[in-house]
Design a protein around this ligand. Structure first.
Ligand SMILES: CC(C)(COP(=O)(O)OP(=O)(O)OC[C@H]1O[C@@H](n2cnc3c(N)ncnc32)[C@H](O)[C@@H]1OP(=O)(O)O)[C@@H](O)C(=O)NCCC(=O)NCCS
Length: 241
């Protein structure tokens, strides 16, 4: 079996990418995923609807965002997608014009407010320190059937080469599951965030969303220009002056 890194075809690949992404975040179950790609309701049909909505949304995000770059890792013996990555290749400060996503994937009630606040807390550390051109890793997953065979590493190698070619920094927000991969690649932790949205008098919709998504932990991780980080020596551009 060979795992090959390829560009995606945006016309045809998103349904398979979405399914692979769901299955990848179900083993182990990662409740944070529900904030981005929720399953509303229970049972097989609800899950299929969520996968289809995910595919449509990934496609429109990709089409509407000029920084978006998707790649897939394919098992060449079967043609199956083994994993994929979504990068934002930012030639300018990605936060220059503000950056607020409309959370259309939750109904317009307090569950949406929960997720809006969730995303603000999630994005705040990078919006504070990452105000320069950069390569940002937004989504990365490998299907459970293909773990520890270098699929994610192939994607990451591409991203590191791209950043070196552009002469820019890299950022990513790591889950506990992703952290060993990034540590193995010498990414440096900038800060840890536990996401706890707050509201006075939470209603049932807020509480439902909170129960489903929980209070996940994230690490903002950084790779300086050309990748070599040395504590006390490497300059952190956001600490200048
Ligand atoms: C994190 C994830 C993408 C890793 O994918 P993968 O294809 O299995 O990773 P690779 O085989 O390319 O691993 C490369 C190196 O990273 C490190 N690594 C990866 N997974 C690891 C794990 N579970 N434990 C310890 N080290 C790990 C190892 O150093 C590994 O090299 P080695 O296998 O030679 O020791 C995969 O586990 C996944 O999809 N998880 C669910 C989705 C998710 O959480 N994505 C990350 C969001 S930040």
């Amino acid at each position: 079996m060979t795992l090959k890194l390829l560009e995606i075809d945006p016309e045809t690949d998103f349904p398979d990418i979405s399914r692979c992404m769901f299955e990848s975040h179900e083993t182990p179950v990662q409740p944070f995923f529900q904030a981005f790609f929720p399953t509303h309701g229970h049972g097989d049909q609800a899950r299929e609807d969520a996968i289809a909505e995910g595919a449509a949304r990934l496609r429109s995000w990709h089409t509407e965002d000029p920084t978006s770059y998707w790649q897939k890792v394919v098992d060449t013996s079967t043609g199956h997608i083994a994993g994929a990555a979504l990068w934002n290749i930012c030639k300018e400060d990605p936060f220059a014009e503000g950056h607020q996503m409309e959370v259309t994937w939750f109904p317009n009630d307090k569950s949406r407010h929960f997720v809006e606040q969730f995303l603000q807390i999630y994005e705040e550390p990078r919006a504070r320190v990452g105000r320069r051109p950069q390569v940002y890793l937004f989504i990365l997953f490998t299907h459970p059937n293909y773990r520890r065979q270098g699929a994610a590493q192939q994607c990451l190698n591409w991203g590191m080469n791209k950043a070196d070619e552009m002469g820019v920094e890299m950022f990513l927000d790591s889950t506990p599951v992703g952290k060993p991969l990034y540590e193995a690649n010498k990414f440096h932790v900038i800060e840890k965030t536990v996401i706890i949205p707050q509201v006075d008098n939470p209603d049932e919709k807020w509480k439902e969303a909170e129960k489903k998504i929980g209070h996940p932990t994230w690490w903002l991780m950084w790779r300086p220009v050309r990748g070599h980080y040395e504590e006390g020596v490497t300059m952190k551009p956001w600490e200048k002056n």
